[in-house]
Design a protein. Structure first.
Length: 212
């Protein structure tokens, strides 16, 4: 990927390029050529688009001014890990506060009005927060785990600042089938409050979780 940030006007069927979120490869061995590109975008209540880019910096796009800017904020991580850390997933609560999950497995909160970031720590002893949703009960639900690990589900209660590890994504319907999720590629909240989790494997399955 080239790292270009673009928009597409559906009515006019027209693409526009607004700049790059990363230009230099991630520091490391000479054979490494990847750019540090955020894996997710989110639109706040004012229409601004947020993602992350080079050096773990948070990026914001103003659709009115058509301007892409680098904020003086980075994706929370352990000191020294900024050049390798990106946003994996976003969600927004009822008050318009943004929550992000990073490739290092940190959950953070971003106030898009005041541009303040708060590191909420690591819910799991794993890399990558691959999906986030804000449920009707006010809790956040997320899933974490690297490519070679079994995915784990967790919740975060903003009112109490408390995490709960909900375990493996495991559906046991023996003798018919027994499924264990590894790579979750998408997570979304349905209209009835059901959480849907989709795998990104060669043979992918859809999992349903019902919050209390």
């Amino acid at each position: 990927p080239s790292g270009y940030f673009f928009s597409y006007d559906i009515a006019q069927a027209k693409f526009s390029v607004h700049g790059r979120i990363a230009e230099h490869r991630i520091p490391g061995e000479k054979f490494e050529t990847d750019l540090l590109l955020g894996r997710a975008l989110i639109v706040d209540r004012n229409g601004f688009v947020f993602t992350s880019g080079e050096g773990g910096a948070l990026k914001r796009f103003d659709p009115t001014a058509k301007r892409l800017e680098t904020l003086a904020l980075t994706v929370p991580t352990a000191p020294g890990r900024e050049p390798y850390n990106r946003v994996d997933a976003w969600t927004m609560d009822a008050a318009g506060i943004l929550y992000g999950g990073s490739s290092d497995g940190y959950l953070f909160r971003l106030d898009p009005e005041n541009l303040r970031v708060e590191n909420l720590g690591k819910p799991l002893n794993q890399y990558r927060i691959r999906g986030l949703v804000c449920a009707r009960n006010g809790k956040l639900y997320g899933v974490g785990g690297d490519d070679d690990e079994m995915a784990r589900l967790f919740s975060y209660d903003p009112a109490r600042g408390a995490y709960e590890v909900l375990g493996f994504i495991d559906v046991n319907r023996r003798p018919y089938y027994s499924w264990h999720a590894y790579n979750i590629g998408a997570m979304v909240l349905g209209g009835d409050g059901t959480v849907y989790l989709g795998e990104s494997e060669r043979k992918s399955r859809l999992y349903l979780y019902y919050p209390e």
